[in-house]
Design a protein around this ligand. Structure first.
Ligand SMILES: [Zn+2]
Length: 78
């Protein structure tokens, strides 16, 4: 089983699109449940951690850059 790692502030790619058409979500709260915010429409939802891990595909942008995974594609968020 693959262990997914993510942290507060990460932007993740989900398997399913949000109704607004975006499938990128930002993690805005961590706990037993995880609150994610749609990058497209700014709508936030609370999902159980297990469900979140099942539905996320990968981390697109990590909040911390010390893991060296940044390929320099320009992380300007505005
Ligand atoms: Zn949305």
């Amino acid at each position: 089983m693959e262990r997914k790692s993510f942290q507060l502030g990460d932007v993740v790619l989900m398997k399913k699109n949000h109704p607004c058409g975006s499938n990128e979500m930002e993690i805005i709260r961590m706990g037993m449940d995880i609150r994610i915010k749609c990058v497209g429409c700014k709508h936030s939802v609370l999902v159980p951690r297990a469900k979140f891990e099942k539905n996320m595909r990968k981390v697109l942008r990590s909040a911390s850059e010390d893991s060296g995974q940044n390929d320099g594609a320009g992380g300007a968020l505005n």
